[in-house]
Write a protein that binds this ligand. Structure first.
Ligand code: ATP
Ligand code: MG
Length: 364
């Protein structure tokens, strides 16, 4: 554990829908872990980056949001979006995507593990057979916004969009992915590519993987074309450990991986600025889930696991491990712990959050 010179500053932004319900449970577990492991935190709450805020102020964020948030170590984020009242392109582009870009959160981590008590749609898997970490490039690549349309309204009408891969942008996420792999028992990194079809950017990606790999000799690595990789992940998920992909490939893989583990409700994510020049952001993979919001039925595990990723990033691996073990314990049906409806139970968001927090306090 890194000695703390000052309390970590955590900005809490619940956002919309079930974000309002799962964030308090995440906070409950954060407080339990901080007490259990003697971690000093300074927590502040913000109501912006929500559709309610938008309806009151006409924008998702205050003008000085960057100054307000930039001194924080982490943003603990729920979910944003209330499509009935505010179109998604306004709510999402006006908040979360601003954070990722302006705070240069270029690494997106999404772990997925088949824990006891989860039902994979794949037949014949044992708990532990899926234990993946998807590392997605989060700032450039296919999502460049460079391009345009030509010959509108004519038979020659066309649309083009550039993929941008910079040496700095590719190398920095690859280094992070190799470092992530080096910390795990299997120390295996798989690169998602498509250099047989995409003839300029993907061969460049492959070339940088080879170059960066040479600096991480302790990590084994291989590469798969994205199509073959998706098929292989369904057929033999046991073969993979850490997978790194460009912005688009990482996006696709980071929905596939948790789906193979049976529910979106437990999947966490970290949007990291590894140099810590700006706050990093921790949020569940799921969205605001308007269909179940306001009823206390949401599974809080995705939010709670995101809190574990936050502690790991801040230098508290024991708090991370204790939270993940508490989650595993609660999910295991033999524990008799409360389960939300998406896991086949009838417990509330609060009951489940309380059970995880109690297990963290009891951790040894
Ligand atoms: P986004 O647009 O933000 O990606 P979405 O609207 O596509 O999100 P979600 O809000 O994630 O999707 O919801 C997808 C489905 O999963 C919904 O039916 C929702 O009820 C369910 N769901 C999402 N999160 C949870 C959760 N934490 N617990 C239970 N069910 C959930
Ligand atoms: Mg949505």
């Amino acid at each position: 554990q890194t000695p703390q010179k000052r309390p970590w500053r955590i900005a809490v932004i619940p956002g919309d829908g079930i974000g309002q319900e799962v964030v308090p449970q995440g906070l409950r577990v954060i407080e339990a872990a901080a007490t259990r492991f003697d971690i000093a935190l300074q927590i502040e709450h913000f109501d912006f980056a929500s559709c309610d805020y938008y309806l009151r102020h006409g924008s998702m964020l205050p003008e000085d949001w960057k100054e307000q948030l930039d001194g924080f170590d982490a943003i603990f984020f729920g979910a944003v979006g209330w499509p009935e009242k505010v179109p998604d392109h306004i709510s999402l582009w006006g908040s979360l995507l601003q954070f990722r870009r302006e705070f240069d959160q270029y690494v997106n981590l999404r772990p997925a593990r088949l824990m006891p008590g989860l039902r994979s749609p794949l037949a014949g898997l044992q708990p532990g057979d899926i234990d993946l970490l998807i590392v997605r490039e989060n700032t450039e690549g296919e999502y460049s916004n460079a391009g345009g349309r030509l010959f509108a309204g004519t038979p020659r009408e066309m649309a083009m969009q550039e993929t941008v891969m910079t040496r700095v942008g590719v190398d920095r996420v690859l280094h992070d992915a190799f470092n992530q792999a080096a910390r795990r028992p299997r120390k295996l990194l798989t690169s998602a590519t498509k250099s047989n079809g995409i003839s300029i950017t993907m061969p460049y990606w492959d070339e940088r993987v080879r170059a960066v790999a040479a600096e991480h000799p302790q990590v084994r690595w291989n590469q798969f074309h994205i199509d073959a990789l998706c098929a292989r992940l369904v057929q033999r998920p046991q073969e993979f450990d850490v997978i790194v992909g460009s912005n688009l490939f990482g996006d696709i893989l980071s929905d596939l991986a948790p789906a193979l583990c049976g529910t979106l409700g437990i999947a966490p994510s970290a949007n990291l600025n590894p140099e810590r020049l700006h706050p990093s952001l921790f949020e569940p993979v799921h969205g605001s889930a308007p269909d179940i919001a306001g009823r206390g039925l949401a599974n809080p595990i995705g939010q709670i696991w995101s809190a574990a990723l936050m502690f790991d990033f801040l230098g508290h691996p024991k708090a991370h491990d204790a939270i993940v073990q508490a989650i595993e314990g609660v999910l295991d049906p033999r524990s008799g712990a409360p389960r939300t409806p998406d896991l086949g139970g009838s417990a509330s968001t609060q009951d489940m959050g309380r059970a995880v927090a109690q297990a963290v306090i009891a951790a040894n």
